[in-house]
Design a protein around this ligand. Sequence first.
Ligand code: IPM
Ligand code: MN
Length: 353
Amino acid sequence: METYKIAVIAGDGVGPEVIGEAVRVLERAAALDGSFAFSFTHFPWGCEYYLKTGRMMPENGMEILKDFDAILLGAVGYPGVPDHISLRGLLLEIRHGFDQYVNLRPVRLLKGAPCPLAGRGPEDIRMTFVRENTEGEYAGSGAWLYQGRPEEVVIQDSVFSRRGTERVIRYAYELARKEGRTLTSVSKANALNYSMVFWDQIFKEVGEEYPDVETHSLLVDAAAMFMVKDPARFQIVVTSNLFGDILTDLGAAIAGGMGLAAGANLNPERTWPSMFEPIHGSAPDIAGKGIADPLASIWTAAQMLDFFGHEDWGAKVVDAIESLLSDKDRLTPDLGGRASTEECGKALADLLG
Ligand code: IPM
Ligand code: MN
């Protein structure tokens, strides 16, 4: 029997509450299937750890994580630790250090999920974002000169390497081909005359190998408008790190809200572990109250099942989320229900069998 070794970093705020339910669902799927199992190892890393030790994870944290099959992460960030410190010291360190260059984010409106767009339903909102996840605007390159003086200057570089751009675009083409869906590239070459002209060029170049894939190119501002006005035109979407960050929050807003927004940070070659995390943050305002919505984390768990080749279970989990959405009694307050995080997670697990 295959046993997947999972490192659990529940993290800050609502992280531990929601991740507990993702773990419950993974265990239930494995128990029902019988041909695979999970072993979970919990690491107490995050902002509290930082306040005690001055680090978000131990110095050899990456060394410890590298032997796991995957990482399940709740949320990072809490008042008292500046965000750029907590995130660079843990989340972004893992994404970059383990070369998780694909951030795969489903933007799919399930039946029963709230949608703020008038007249739109599940058939209109079913896209998959492939967000570049290791370089671009997040490369962490730049300078801060003459700090605090009148001549102060800051520079934040965007870094687009040929290898980095090609591989994420190629991943998106492969996905579009496999799923028989269209591929839309989102960039901004009219204003960003180096990085995005390059991006568009690579999108065309790689596309020559995929004549069977129907493609579209949009400027990011137009893409934001069309996601609201005509979301059905998007199927697979590939874009840079920052644009993908922004558009997937917009995506979450039109596809049921942050409580349902999942994401996977993939190292497709499996040289390093991939990391599965909900898009939402640590939500300090509701942390500890037991009312955080676990469905985003559970959907993330479904992505993990897919990644391990158990697509049947991945699909069953997403179907179970969809059935749960029609039963307000078992949903958390963000979705109009009165259930606790745990009640919602247990109800979901029970739907699996
Ligand atoms: C996300 C988050 C992160 C990002 C932050 C917390 C650094 O917003 O996963 O979308 O920008 O990637
Ligand atoms: Mn974001």
